[in-house]
Design a protein around this ligand. Structure first.
Ligand code: NAD
Length: 368
């Protein structure tokens, strides 16, 4: 990869390679954009086949975080980190403390959180070396499991979509097909059931389906049927890329709104959804509840405040629908516009000098 060409094309601010011989640490931190605030993003640990693969992944993920934070109204930028290694065999206290020291050198420009392959325990090791970490467990004053908040955000996104398509933000009486009954899917079903929605569900784990049947009177279907069942809202909460050339012709829903990342196989599938009159709630906007919740730790975690902030995903989705109409573009494009407009508005604020007429002077080094 031509690294500087890539950084220039997508306007990355900084990439940090971290290497520690003693612990075997090989990590990359990518900071995409800090216009709105420090770059917050998870640390992924994965046995990447090559360094290039790790770099491509961290750059892609960091950029995605910029858009996600901006569209969520958070005062945060986008960043991400990856540790090259097998999370089952290569973890150690020393490895994460070493990584924590690298994060500390960035002085708060990057704030780390849990991600695929890392845990609250790993974050605890990092915390010994730096305060620039979020995602502690509840017993340590942290925000705990993000999934109920992610589910709440998805529900809010669904409300905004329902208002647009059916003329009311109430989900009562609507039929929602939920693919995947894991951490988010189960919590989403609970909220939808409380709202009086009818549920059609599937999962590859039979026990998860049985639980949804008994607790929420959900109607089960086979995993390969869920994308084509007649319903008002389809909620992908298991896998990415479920909206593709093969599945599109079979969809029988009016809205697609779920927690899964990268729901569209390619951007053009978002255009096809719009062409078929199906309203798509962009994944990174409506699944941001977990991020909004964990970011609240930066102000001293307050569950009630975090809940209120997650509920604003309704407003973000309304704005996206408005931009989609204003610009005549599909909603996945409108989501990017929402994020970019906010970043541009903040970056264009005049920089007012308050001190020295020529700006901050570099501090004099002490002469020993
Ligand atoms: P999870 O692993 O707890 O749940 C996924 C569920 O999907 C499991 O029950 C699994 O058995 C099921 N599943 C897997 N393959 C399936 C298939 N082919 N058909 C039907 N069901 C299948 O994960 P989660 O934390 O609930 O996250 C769900 C999705 O939401 C993921 O794509 C994740 O990246 C995304 N997401 C989660 C969060 C969060 O807070 N947990 C935040 C943002 C995005």
């Amino acid at each position: 990869m031509e690294i500087f060409a890539e950084l220039s094309e997508h306007r990355y601010e900084q990439v940090v390679f971290c290497h520690d011989r003693q612990t075997g640490l090989r990590a990359i931190i990518a900071i995409h954009d800090t216009t709105l605030g420090p770059a917050l993003g998870g640390c992924r640990m994965y046995p990447y086949a090559s360094e290039d693969e790790a770099l491509v992944d961290v750059l892609r993920l960091a950029r995605g975080m910029t858009y996600k934070a901006a569209a969520s109204g958070l005062n945060l930028g986008g960043g991400k980190s990856v540790i090259i290694g097998d999370p089952h065999t290569d973890k150690s206290e020393a490895l994460f403390r070493s990584f924590g020291r690298y994060i500390e050198t960035l002085g708060g420009r990057y704030i780390v959180a849990e991600d695929v392959g890392t845990s609250t325990e790993d974050m605890a090791h990092i915390r010994v070396e730096t305060s620039h970490v979020v995602g502690a467990d509840v017993t340590h004053g942290g925000s705990g499991d993000p999934s109920p908040f992610t589910a709440l955000g998805v529900l809010q996104g669904m409300r905004a979509c329902a208002e647009e398509v059916f003329g009311s933000s109430s989900l009562e009486g609507l039929t929602v097909a939920v693919q995947g009954l894991g951490h988010v899917g189960y919590n989403l079903c609970r909220l939808l059931h409380e709202e009086g929605a009818n549920l059609i569900v599937t999962d590859v784990e039979e026990a998860a389906v049985e639980r949804a049947i008994s607790e929420f009177s959900a109607k089960p279907v086979e995993p390969d049927e869920i994308l084509s069942v007649p319903c008002d809202i389809l909620a992908p909460c298991a896998l990415g890329a479920v909206i593709n050339d093969e599945t599109l012709p079979h969809l029988r829903c009016r809205i697609v709104a779920g927690s899964a990342n990268n729901v569209l196989l390619e951007p053009r599938h978002g255009e096809e959804l719009a062409g078929r009159g199906i309203l798509y709630a962009p994944d990174y906007v409506i699944n941001a509840g977990g991020l909004i919740n964990v970011a609240d730790e930066l102000e001293g975690y307050n569950r009630a405040r975090a809940t209120q902030r997650v509920k604003r995903i309704y407003d973000s989705m309304k704005s996206i629908i408005a931009i989609s109409r204003r610009d005549g573009v599909p909603t996945h494009v409108a989501a990017d516009t929402l994020a970019l407009e906010r970043i541009q508005a903040i970056s264009s604020i005049e920089r007012l000098h308050t001190g020295h007429p020529y700006g901050e002077r570099p501090r004099q080094r002490e002469v020993l």
